[in-house]
Design a protein around this ligand. Structure first.
Ligand SMILES: [Zn+2]
Ligand SMILES: [Zn+2]
Length: 339
């Protein structure tokens, strides 16, 4: 069975002929992966930028945490039967740490992640805890099902920012998380949504196809200049570029909220006096809460084709490295691999 693996620290990934999966334990299920998306964080791990050292003790590992398919074998403890089309929540909680015990599993102290610290979906079959599986609504195929995880990350950023009716929202970063944040800001009732990027042609095309006309290219002029004195109520950062946070705060209204969702390779220098005087609220979001998955699947089922333009490339798994290069060079927006 072909799998796309991170074998060792350093640049790159390799295609590996992995052993077939043994029968699942009573609490696990085996999923036949049909679609698996390449995430921005997968690209970081591929390039081996700072911040991915946590993977080292777990290598070699099959990557891929955005995937969907159907159950081919289910342990006795699985609620969902064989054949169910599913998407997978990648965060695996330990169930026994102090935070899990107090009902805050999202803050689990010993959390593992499918596709980052245990084998993931860039392979034909993957064994996962059955409780991590969610049945896909009939209207949602496995290609859109594989988009659920990044959609949830974008939705959580919108929830964290408290976007409300009529708000003006600034989304920084036109990639998949930014696209998802823009879509859910609109769904939450935002009156205006600006999407900011830098010379990001292919991803601007997707943003436009999703129905957003207010695109700001900071390669042409600085953000504040292009907004011409207008301020925003909520800013959502999905760039992974620390200075963009200062740019975002520069156009945020007094008392406004800026949500940081990107994974950043270095620290931020923040002008604190402006920050304090404007009572700007800086919040972080990472992953998402369990209920957000159901909210996103409900919205995805309501109008699946609305989300389809987010997927720009579809490749067989044996061309996975090509997919990573397309994503790395920002020639693609979302690349789906088909094992
Ligand atoms: Zn992801
Ligand atoms: Zn725990």
């Amino acid at each position: 069975m072909l799998s796309l693996r991170k074998s060792k620290p350093g640049f790159g990934l390799d295609l590996f002929d992995a052993a077939e999966t043994p029968p699942p334990s009573p609490t696990d299920a085996i999923v036949r992966v049909e679609n698996a998306g390449i995430c921005g964080s997968d690209v970081h791990a591929y390039e081996w930028t700072d911040g991915y050292g946590f993977m080292v003790p777990h290598l070699p590992i099959t990557m891929g945490h955005e995937f969907a398919g159907h159950i081919v074998e289910a342990g006795a403890g699985s609620v969902l039967p064989v054949g169910t089309r599913v998407t997978v929540m990648p965060g695996v909680d330990c169930g026994v740490c102090a935070n899990c015990r107090r009902g805050a599993a999202r803050n689990c102290l010993a959390r593992t992640a499918i596709g980052l610290t245990r084998n993931g979906g860039f392979a034909r079959y993957v064994t996962v805890p059955a409780v991590n599986l969610l049945a896909l609504p009939d209207a949602v195929d496995t290609e859109l099902g594989a988009l659920t995880e990044p959609l949830c990350v974008g939705a959580e950023a919108v929830l964290t920012g408290g976007v409300g009716l009529g708000d003006t929202v600034l989304v920084m970063g036109p990639g998949t998380i930014g696209q998802a944040a823009a879509l859910f800001a609109r769904a939450a009732g935002a009156g205006k949504v600006y999407v900011v990027g830098k010379a990001d042609g292919p991803r601007f095309d997707v943003v436009q196809a999703l129905g957003f006309a207010d695109i700001i290219d900071v390669a042409e002029a600085p953000l504040a200049e292009q907004l011409d004195g207008k301020k925003v109520d909520v800013a959502i950062e999905a760039t992974g570029y620390p200075p963009s946070i200062v740019d975002g705060l520069g156009v945020l209204r007094k008392g406004g909220v800026l949500v940081v969702a990107g994974i950043h390779p270095g620290p931020l220098t923040l002008p604190l006096t402006d920050f304090v005087r404007n009572r700007h609220q800086l919040r972080a979001t990472h992953g998402c809460d369990r209920p957000t998955w159901d909210k996103v699947l409900t919205l995805l089922a309501r109008d699946p084709e609305h989300f389809r333009p987010m997927i720009t490339h579809r490749l067989p798994l044996d061309r996975g490295i090509e997919g990573f290069e397309l994503a790395r060079q920002r020639a693609a927006s979302k690349v789906m691999l088909r094992p």
